[in-house]
Ligand binder design. Structure first.
Ligand SMILES: C[S@@+](CC[C@H](N)C(=O)[O-])C[C@H]1O[C@@H](n2cnc3c(N)ncnc32)[C@H](O)[C@@H]1O
Length: 351
């Protein structure tokens, strides 16, 4: 499938999320309660051309530098602009002129509304497969987000590798995308409408997990997932019994992570302090960590909390001096086997 087709779909064929034929590239704007005031401050044109499939906005972003891959009309970039504050920065990258035009047209409007003297957001035209060609410093981003974009990419391993290169150590790729419970046959993969609707290019989850590990993200963590509806009868017939899910993963750039979750008898205590999660810190669908409670963790989870921006809000108990075998309880990372939880506790709705 080629990029021109995707550009045409998102730049010309779709005028708003109402034109989409499935719930794959539209989560109906379901955002966690904590983020609703941020959404209320966005320009209606930016909201109308939102084609995301999940929540791709992690917590604890104050002061962070964030890159948004396939930023589209800028909805997530402008939400994150409010979270990172005047000391943070957001860069959105997209290849489609019409989407970039909507995002940039309203830049000054948003900066004024957010009360920033200097813009903390900029948008660049470019391909997410060749991030190294853009004026972006390797190892300079705390967080990379993306919402329903990587499934559309012609070279997904290159996207993951490029993201890994641009992240600081301890940074994370936090992104929502569409996955399938099987490898799709060629006629489905090559169908322009299914591809544009974020189904034809969806990865089989097993291939995605393998690809993420090969790009250097050793322990992918599933944050939330939901099944997708294909209501269009003709499309559903072409897809047969394949099942699709929208899933949000977080992939930490931490070279010290092990291939499996190992038990060193460690634990953490959430002290509180993440504004969006005063009582319960959600790392992933198997780690909802209540404030003040001793919470046993594997060595990898320990690193994900200790060597990242989350360290100041945790107490750490134990070390790596004794090993007690395999740690059960971190989940398989497979959307199809778990209900998932959304950061902030709200289930995204469908359009
Ligand atoms: C489904 S839309 C999602 C847009 C945005 N993330 C949102 O949530 O509204 C996909 C976007 O990714 C962009 N895109 C797809 N493939 C791309 C690529 N290879 N390089 C850059 N942008 C790409 C498209 O132009 C489009 O704006």
């Amino acid at each position: 499938m080629n990029r021109e087709l995707v550009q045409e779909y998102y730049g010309e064929i779709l005028q708003s999320s109402a034109d989409l034929k499935t719930s794959a590239c539209c989560d109906g704007g379901g955002v966690p309660t904590a983020y609703r005031p941020l959404l209320a401050k966005l320009h209606p044109d930016v909201i109308a051309k939102y084609y995301g499939c999940g929540v791709a906005v992690p917590t604890a972003l104050s002061g962070a530098s964030v890159l948004d891959l396939g930023s589209g009309s800028g909805r997530d970039s402008y939400m994150i602009s409010q979270l990172v504050g005047a000391d943070g920065r957001v860069v959105g990258v997209d290849m489609t002129d019409a989407q970039l035009a909507t995002a940039t047209e309203h830049l000054d409007w948003h900066m004024e509304r957010f009360g920033y003297a200097e813009p903390n957001v900029r948008f660049l035209k470019g391909y997410i497969e060749t991030l190294g060609e853009l004026p972006l410093e390797p190892g300079s981003f705390d967080v990379i987000v993306s919402n329903c974009v990587i499934n559309l990419s012609v070279d997904k391993p290159a996207v993951l590798k490029g993201a890994h290169d641009l992240l600081k150590e301890g940074g994370e790729l936090y992104f929502a995308d569409v996955y399938c419970d099987r490898r799709l046959p060629d006629d489905v993969r090559k169908d322009p409408l299914l591809y544009g609707e974020c189904l034809g290019g969806a990865l089989y989850w097993g291939d995605f997990l393998e690809m993420a590990k090969r790009a250097g993200f050793r322990d992918p963590r599933l944050v939330a997932s939901r099944p997708l509806d294909v209501e269009d009868a003709a499309m559903a017939e072409k897809l047969g019994s394949a099942r699709f899910y929208s899933a949000t993963y977080r992939l930490f750039k931490l070279p010290q992570l092990e291939a499996s979750c190992e038990d060193y008898g460690q634990a953490v205590i959430y002290r509180g302090g993440v504004p969006e999660e005063p009582d319960v810190f959600v790392l992933d669908d198997h780690h909802a960590i209540e404030r003040g409670k001793v919470f046993p963790v594997c060595g990898n989870t320990w690193h994900m909390l200790k060597e990242t921006r989350f360290a100041p809000v945790f107490e750490f108990i134990g070390d790596f001096s004794n090993h007690y075998g395999l740690f059960e309880g971190c989940g398989s990372g497979i959307p199809f086997s778990s209900g998932g939880v959304s950061a902030g506790g709200d289930e995204p709705g469908c359009c």
